[in-house]
Design a protein around this ligand. Structure first.
Ligand SMILES: Cc1cc2nc3c(=O)[nH]c(=O)nc-3n(C[C@H](O)[C@H](O)[C@H](O)COP(=O)(O)O)c2cc1C
Length: 183
């Protein structure tokens, strides 16, 4: 087995790493690091992506940087707010910039946040998009419902079972990234 750590990229479907998805992503990325991965997080505030098809989008430097980074990485954690029963436009547009040439055969972990009670809509819809870019989703997944009350002052999830599920998902993405890289 190679000694080089696998690289995991975190992509949130919200602007701002202090958003609820930003908080959830940083918990997961912390666990990925604990499990031996080198981590990267895309910040949409610092590096916004144009809408696919917008004027000048094909030469956009942030898009080129994203595509280079996703190509270099071995696994991905996606976390999106649920908007009108599906992933946010930010998450869909981010996925629309990523092709199978960048991420095909690599591992993905999926998480979502909801203002209301937890469900699997956004997770299922992201799983379909990931299938189209030939990613391999790990079976673990996390949906955080009632998200306004979900985080404590320490920025951890108040529900310790959910917090543990984020660790299990992160560990699974790192493990799958290693296994798929060895192929
Ligand atoms: C346009 C819009 C649509 C939303 N639709 C839903 C929804 O369908 N179901 C739900 O539970 N929450 C819904 N919400 C609440 C968001 O899911 C919630 O604000 C988000 O998960 C918080 O994460 P953030 O801080 O990362 O944006 C919606 C919010 C917005 C702004």
């Amino acid at each position: 087995m190679s000694d080089t750590p696998v690289k995991i990229l975190g992509l949130a479907g919200s602007y701002g790493l202090d958003s609820k998805n930003g908080l959830l992503l940083s918990i997961a990325m912390g666990y990925c690091q604990e499990h031996g991965a080198e981590i990267h997080i895309w910040d949409h505030v610092e590096k916004p992506l144009p809408l696919v098809g917008a004027e000048g989008c094909w030469d956009d430097k942030n898009v080129k940087e994203l595509q280079k980074l996703v190509t270099e990485c071995d696994g991905y954690i996606l976390t999106s707010p649920e908007y009108h029963g599906t992933m946010s436009g930010v998450m869909k547009n981010t996925l629309d910039w990523i092709y199978k040439d960048h991420v095909g055969g690599k591992s993905f972990g999926l998480m979502s946040t909801l203002g209301g009670i937890s469900n699997s809509n956004t997770l299922n819809h992201m799983r379909i998009a990931v299938r189209w870019i030939h990613g391999w989703c790990v079976p673990e997944q996390v949906a955080v419902g009632k998200v306004k009350e979900a985080f404590g002052d320490d920025n951890k999830l108040v529900d310790s079972v959910l917090q543990e599920r984020v660790e299990q998902l992160s560990a699974s993405v790192v493990k799958a990234a290693r296994m798929l890289k060895e192929e």
